[in-house]
Ligand binder design. Structure first.
Ligand code: SF4
Ligand code: SF4
Length: 501
């Protein structure tokens, strides 16, 4: 067992090292043809003049290339701001596209495939070997050293993983030009699927899907004794690969709007943005279908499905954020804060985000239908939506939501920030047939259930009181039930009035 585990680890670390090395590869040369291709006509002359000193010069590092390009543009912008010529300031960020266009060397040659297999291929293989080595162990959890191991108890391994994830998300959202080589690496995959070059979001979607698949295999192995966990894991893997990744890419290939079919407003906060609505309206009958599908999911499927099955139908079976949390985040689920204080903060924050999302969407729709961007004389719908996008969409959902897995548990976003989880939770709490029943007499107070509840619910306290669990935050992952040695906890549905709360 140990040998197989070690082999998996060695393969994974080798692939990961190659993956990091790739960031430093390649050369960069700016040409006027690249600027003609990337820069808008109204900015072309200025950009060409300001970057003339870079033209045809060979850079051996993307850092130096990006520094020179950004310096040239920001120098020009500062001059314009000093002169208060605001309409001449260049707000567009061309750095990523220019850096990608200027890339030369191994990652733009057929040899890039070798690097693909040496990095992503090897890391995937290593992850799978490591996960499959678990078949030689008994299924279920192992509590030994869980709270002392440097990887699972905010030790140096956990902190390093957290720092890497946070760094990755910051680069992805705010400095994608430094990830150009990774984007180039998946260019062939992108062309095969959507017939176009890869963007940073394609890279993200591809990595996201691969991680869910590999870590999903780990879940399948670890919880092979539980049919509920098997089905649930297969479900999140299926929805990620099909609804979230393959179908939207193929739709792009067919010149149809890009839409993650399982993403529901208000989690998909851009759904009602003007350009999204217009894109769908212009796409003909399929576009109209997508519009109706999205609205029906939010207004009909969410309340109806949650009434019958609880919020688990989405949070633990379909959602991409939930999918990542349940696979990549599984080793960190015990790190969720169980204190009463955390629950109090959670309720205030998550419902505030829901209110923020509803107000922002109302403003966006008001602007769409009336053409007026200001409401009540001071609320500007464009500023409100960009504030939401920055703080909630990028910082909270991405940087904090995933980057903090090894520090605060795997459901930080779902618990404190997801407006859809808040919406589903309200239905679950007040009008749902779902509950976790407890057979208190059997409980031996081992605490496994509370330790492994990713939503920070003190499940044991409910079990000891013989009370049903109908908390709005419960995502119905069923892990509390899977780790209970006494069969105390059962995920059930029944008449709303019969819940013991
Ligand atoms: S109470 Fe159980 S089913 Fe609900 S979130 Fe916690 S571990 Fe998952
Ligand atoms: S895991 Fe089961 S036995 Fe242990 S505390 Fe929870 S309900 Fe009780």
């Amino acid at each position: 067992m140990k040998q197989l585990q070690r082999l998996g680890l060695v393969l994974f670390i080798s692939g990961f090292t190659c993956w990091i090395v790739i960031l430093t590869l390649g050369q960069f040369r700016l040409t006027t043809a690249i600027l003609d291709q990337v820069v808008k006509p109204e900015h072309r002359a200025v950009v060409q003049t300001r970057t003339a000193f870079m033209t045809n010069r060979l850079y051996t590092s993307n850092v130096a290339f990006i520094r020179d390009f950004n310096g040239a543009i920001s120098g020009y912008n500062e001059e314009m701001r000093a002169k208060q010529v605001w309409d001449k300031v260049i707000y567009e960020n061309y750095t990523f596209d220019v850096t990608k266009g200027a890339s030369l060397g191994v990652l733009t040659s057929p040899q890039s495939r070798l690097w693909f297999w040496l990095s992503i291929g090897l890391a995937t293989l290593g992850g799978l070997v490591y996960a499959l080595s678990g078949l030689k162990r008994l299924p279920g959890i192992r509590n030994n050293y869980l709270y002392r191991h440097p990887a699972t108890d905010r030790g140096w391994i956990g902190i390093s993983v957290g720092v890497f994830l946070i760094g990755f998300y910051i680069a992805l959202y705010f400095y994608p030009e430094y990830l150009t080589n990774w984007v180039l690496l998946v260019d062939p995959v992108s062309r095969a699927l959507n017939a176009g070059p890869a963007s940073r979001w394609f890279l993200y979607g591809f990595l996201y899907t691969m991680v869910i698949l590999v870590m999903g295999v780990r879940m399948l192995v670890n919880y092979r004794h539980s049919p509920y966990q098997q089905l649930r894991t297969v479900s999140v893997m299926f929805f990620q690969i099909s609804f979230a990744f393959l179908i939207p890419e193929i739709m792009q290939r067919l010149n149809q709007p890009y839409q993650d079919l399982k993403n529901i407003w208000p989690l998909d906060y851009t759904f009602f943005f003007d350009y999204k609505i217009n894109e769908k309206l212009q796409a003909g009958s399929l576009g109209i279908f997508l519009l109706v599908w999205g609205i029906a999911l939010a207004l009909i499927a969410v309340p109806v499905m949650t009434y019958f099955f609880g919020k688990r139908w989405y949070c633990s079976w379909v959602c991409g954020c939930g999918g990542l949390a349940e696979t990549l985040g599984d080793p960190y689920r015990h790190l969720s804060d169980k204190r009463l204080k955390a629950w109090q903060i959670e309720r205030v924050v998550v419902h505030s985000v829901l209110v923020f999302a509803v107000v922002m969407t109302a403003l966006v729709l008001y602007t769409y239908f009336t053409g007026q961007s200001t409401v009540l004389g001071f609320l500007d719908s464009y500023s409100v939506r960009s504030t939401y996008g920055f703080y909630i969409g990028s910082i909270f959902a991405g940087v904090v939501g995933t980057g903090f897995y090894p520090l605060m548990g795997n459901r930080v976003w779902c618990r404190f920030g997801c407006p859809l989880a808040a919406y589903l939770g309200l239905v679950q709490r007040f009008k749902s047939r779902f509950r976790i029943t407890t057979n208190g007499g059997q409980c031996i107070s081992c605490g496994n259930c509370s330790a492994y509840c990713e939503m920070g619910i003190d499940v044991r306290a409910y079990a000891q009181r013989g009370q049903d669990i109908v908390r709005s935050s419960c995502v119905g992952c069923g892990i509390c039930s899977a780790v209970c040695p006494r069969g105390v906890l059962n995920l059930e549905v029944g008449p709303v009035a019969s819940r013991r709360i």
